[in-house]
Design a protein around this ligand. Structure first.
Ligand SMILES: [Zn+2]
Length: 215
């Protein structure tokens, strides 16, 4: 999906990016060795652990890697990917999908965490990176607190060459969990907060907040 940009944005320093993105239809067929991999699931389902394992593999293979995460995620540390088991890796906080291309530089592997928070340009940006030969590893929540599709994640999953779905264990009954239960009062649609604010629940135990609070 490519949206038209206002002319003042076309004239700005990011013009080259959108010029490249304009070639997407042919690039998306031949990705020049690049690929998009998505890992998605509820909170506490091991997405960050998966990323950290893939990062280690990439380093062992001697690949140039850049690790990015959405800047609004401040659950633990703005500049890190932190798994709930304590593993961590440094990450560059970025505020918009377009900034990702700039930050990716010449990296062969581009890791993007907390992808659900990014704007609607993220799928096009990932396609662009894959079209230029990069492996793009994208991790994010598939559903928000209401159990609804979260941000650009559904579109990313549809575009991906590979999708890994992760599940947690329901905090109520122990069944496989695919929903993130909000325990704290609803103040923003963004799901920011750690173990004190959320817990994994199965579909049967999941209790979404009142629908009118989703905005
Ligand atoms: Zn349950």
């Amino acid at each position: 999906m490519i949206r038209a940009l206002p002319h003042d944005e076309r004239a700005s320093g990011v013009r080259w990016l959108w010029g490249d993105l304009g070639m997407l239809p042919s690039e998306s067929i031949s990705r020049a060795g690049g690929r998009i991999e998505v890992v998605t699931g509820c909170m506490f389902s091991g997405k960050s652990r998966y990323l950290l394992d893939r990062l280690r593999q990439a380093h062992e293979q001697g690949l140039a890697v850049v690790v990015l995460k959405h800047a609004s995620d401040d659950r633990y540390a703005a500049g890190e990917i932190v798994a709930h088991d304590g593993g961590r890796a440094e990450a560059i906080p970025v505020a918009s999908a377009r900034e990702i291309v700039e930050r990716a530089g010449g990296a062969e592997v581009v890791v993007i965490d907390e992808a659900q928070f990014f704007d609607a340009d993220l799928p096009a940006v990932c396609r662009h990176l894959a079209a230029t030969g990069r492996t793009v590893l994208v991790a994010g929540l598939d559903r928000d607190s209401w159990g609804e599709p979260f941000g650009p994640m559904p579109e990313l999953a549809a575009l991906a060459d590979e999708v890994t779905r992760t599940r947690a264990v329901c905090a109520r009954c122990g069944a496989p969990a695919e929903y993130t239960q909000r325990l704290a009062p609803v103040e923003t649609v963004r799901m920011i907060g750690g173990a004190e604010s959320y817990e994994p629940r199965c579909a049967a135990c999941f209790e979404p907040p009142p629908a009118h609070l989703r905005r």
